[in-house]
Design a protein around this ligand. Structure first.
Ligand code: 5GP
Ligand code: ZN
Length: 109
């Protein structure tokens, strides 16, 4: 089982920020910005590349709710999802990084 599936079933502790029946948002263990939240579907998909578009639509709604809740909707934020080897994906369970709470910078390295 992948580490994010273990977070979903409680085997690995995490700080939950928002949760519903399909998605979970929790703090990244190694934050690169003041706000660094990971958003994952509870069902395992290896990456964005294989998520059914209908589930992605619900995930969009969930992320929009999340950024309101944590107060970065108006100040702005960056969403990143890394895909595969060239995309630099380390954990093979689809996740969006939500970065904000300060200026994120022009480029993603
Ligand atoms: P990737 O490089 O796959 O896009 O990002 C993986 C992210 O997961 C990294 O930012 C890393 O800090 C985070 N991460 C890895 N293991 C854990 C963990 O056990 N708990 C939490 N909260 N975050 C993790
Ligand atoms: Zn998983």
């Amino acid at each position: 089982m992948c580490i994010f599936c273990k977070i979903i079933n409680g085997e690995i502790p995490s700080q939950t920020i928002l949760e519903d029946e399909n998605f979970l948002a929790f703090n990244d263990i190694n934050p690169s910005k003041k706000v660094h939240i990971l958003v994952i579907p509870k069902e395992h998909y290896d990456s964005f590349d294989v998520i059914p578009p209908k589930i992605m639509a619900s995930m969009t709604e969930f992320i929009q709710k999340l950024v309101s809740k944590v107060g970065i909707k108006n100040s702005g934020y960056r969403l990143i999802t890394n895909i595969g080897v060239d995309g630099g994906q380390e954990v093979k369970h689809l996740h969006f990084h939500v970065l904000g709470g300060e200026k994120v910078g022009k480029m993603v390295s």
